[in-house]
Every structure is written in C-alpha cells, then in structure tokens.
Design a protein around this ligand. Sequence first.
Ligand code: AMP
Length: 197
Amino acid sequence: MQKQLNIVLFGPPGAGKGTQSERVINRYSLTHISTGDLFRKHLGEGTDLGLQAQKYMDNGKLVPDEIVIGMVEDKINHTPNTNGFIFDGFPRTVHQAKVLDQILKLANASISVMILLNVPEDELKNRLRLRAKISGRTDDQDEVKIQTRITEYRNKTLPVASYYNLQDKLVTVDGVGSMDEIFGKVCTVLDPLYEMA
Ligand code: AMP
C-alpha cells in the first residue's frame, strides 16, 4: 500500500484553515475532514449528532471529545483508498490527538505533519468580523462568542501543538499575507513530504 500523507492544519478561529485546506486538497488529492463543516452539515440535516453539538457551537465552546471522535472515526472508516487526509479544525484537544494517533495506527498510518497557521489575535478578530458578513455563521456574528472561541483555543487547543512538537511534527507558518503567499509557504512544507509518500 502507498504511504498516506496525513496533515493536521492547525490554528485559531479565523487563521485561514478552511481556505488553505481547499487548495491543499486540490494539489495533493487528499480527503478533507473539517469537523466544523461536518457538524454544520449534521445541524442542517437535523440529525441527533447535530442537535447534540448545537448547544456547544452556539456558545463558542468545544463539543465534547466523544462526540467529535466518533464522527471523525466514522468518516475515516468510510474513506478507503485515499492518498491521505487533511484534518481541519481537528484535533482540538490533546485527548483527540491521542485517539487520532491510535485510529491511524490501526490503519498502519500516522500524521505526517502539523502546520500551524500563526495569526495575531487582533487580525483574527478583524477577519472573523468580516467573515460574519458572508458566512452566515452565528458564531462569527457575536463578539462574546468570538472571544470564547479564541479562549477555548488558547486553553484547550494550543497544547495540541506541543503534543505534535514532541513528535517533531510541528511546523509553524506565518498566516498573515495574501492567500497565494501563505499557500506558497504551505507547499514548501508539503511538497517534499508528498514526494516521499
Ligand atoms: P470551526 O468551523 O472549525 O470553527 O468549528 C465550529 C465549531 O464546531 C467550534 O466552535 C466547536 O464548537 C465545534 N468544533 C469543531 N471542531 C471541533 C473539535 N475538533 N472539537 C470540539 N469542537 C469542535
């Protein structure tokens, strides 16, 4: 079996994970797993899982680990024969990261790299306020929710970067600049890994 390229695209809300993910998927033919998008899809379809997640999402809080992990595991298990995955907005806790490692190990795979998009907090807030006008996302429209999401990121999610750093898999990329500039830097990290895979 060909080795998979499995990427964690990491960063605070508004860092540009979704935008960069789209380009990465096209260039390297990977499968996109965005837990935020999956939750919004469940919500739109009115599933039980969507309803369970809704009360957390509406407040800018993280959805409990068991709910997120079950959803991701299901998606991975229903995606055979892929070149690899790009995880966008997942893992967001160290527990999620540990379980993801176990799930991939069972499939003889592992995370190849985590790319952290680094963006200062003021810039994040400006981007989220702008995005609110077009995204229709209720969690982008409210200053308190935005602040809660950033605080959740700092307290619960940032330790995930240290987890991958200990495995020598963390690469930080400056997330300020044009989309093309940032994508160029992301490709500089991924191209050599893709050739090895
Ligand atoms: P996002 O689209 O990535 O900004 O996610 C939107 C919301 O979905 C977050 O504010 C959380 O409430 C929830 N969410 C998405 N991914 C996760 C995750 N990996 N762990 C916990 N909650 C998540």
